[in-house]
Design a protein. Sequence first.
Length: 145
Amino acid sequence: MTTYSLAELAHAAGVSTFAIRHYVRRGMLAPARRDGSASRYGDDHLAWLLAMKALRKRGVRGGVLASQLSTTSLEQLRVIAGLQAPTPARSPSERDVVEAAVCAAASALDVSPRGVRAALASALARLYSGGLTLEDAVRVLAAKE
């Protein structure tokens, strides 16, 4: 694993040292690892910064950007950043499908995926307690449009 000083990481990612410190202060980027008296950053930090730049280029901003990056695995960050080719497609698991729906809703509402998960669980519980299936709810919602 490659390690970087603050200046080396900033140069490799094409961002300022101020920006890196800002992301660390806001809790968006993990703090540097300590190596004696020196701070060292790793490939995971570089992948995060490059992914952040790639998402910003696509127009993702603010809370949505933060939530996207906080819920993205290191492997996905590397793919977004262009550091790694995507893994071959596989059939998504039920969890993958639900997480994709939660992230899409969070992005559309510009809120945290954590809040969407709780709201979705509550909404589904109300549907089922009222005797409705998810398909019934989709049919009703589609008819209102």
